[in-house]
Design a protein around this ligand. Sequence first.
Ligand SMILES: [Mn+2]
Length: 356
Amino acid sequence: MIEVKSELGAGTRGASLGPDALKIASLEYGQYFFGKFKRKEIRDSSLLLFKNPTRTYAKRIRGIVDVFQRLARTVNDELKYGTFPVIISGDHSSAGGSIAGVKMAYPDKRIGVVWVDAHADLHSPFTTPSGNVHGMPVAASLGIDNLDEAQNTLADDNTREYWNNLKNIGGISPKIYPENVVFIGVRDMEEPELNFIRRKKIKTITVKEVREAKAKEIAKRVREYLKSCDIIYVSFDVDSIDSSVIKGTGTPVPNGFSLIEVRKLLEALCKDPRLVCFEITEINPLLDENNETARKVFPVFKAVVNTIKKRLEDEEKKRKKEDKKAKKAAEILKKKGLPVNVTLTLKKKPRKTSAK
Ligand SMILES: [Mn+2]
């Protein structure tokens, strides 16, 4: 579990408390869930939050570059070590750092991104209406400026340099391609984002489609659509859930998922054996009453993590079984005086050689 306690990319204050809100909520369920996992923490390295943001079209981007770098390095280390990073982040900008880390660990692999969110987060400093970087992580990962849709003229304040830094974390850009992105539940977009989606024909699945089909069926469609991808990253912004269900998030949007819908959807998506990293983000307990959002979302999170855990354990069991089988095969070869490095598939129990 990698906790990213930063909210530099958000426009409303409080999201950096999201990871703790989720952990505190878990205690109510009395299972000490978080105690089962190795834990790492990434914080803002500066006091940028307490200073006036100077760059209008990419607020606090200097600090976000730093968060990206440290998160990317951590995700890369964990993946190379063979663990499965689950990221609990404050604001969604961090997903750019997570994707960078996945790409650093697997530079030659094609990454599929499943983005479960009310927003497409496809803005760049050139198109953003707010200047909040949590609306930009998909664009940063795609390595795009979307200049065709430019709305803003950047001042001479290094915004461009820092934005290029964000796109180039890990020294690889682009990290992902439009044809390998699937948006699910996206329903609040600005013109520049919408036009980019249309132009690139990016796959989007609506809340209605998820509601009408079974979660399993949606996951199947996603798997089919991303069949050319080697590995998958799933990003879950809690604002994909309907704004009448949860209030503790920075940019709530109506007409979203119910808790059951989103749980079933994420469970089905996370059964994909190619999944290497999962992120949950944008819980803001300061906008909430009595930590209700984290309390409602925790069972969803737990179900998803357990699904991933089960899959990894099953894979481990299978690996051990195969190792045992291979060892047995090697023993038989040895007995027969054959070289051990010959692969032998054992279909049935070997019969004792009958007497001639
Ligand atoms: Mn969002």
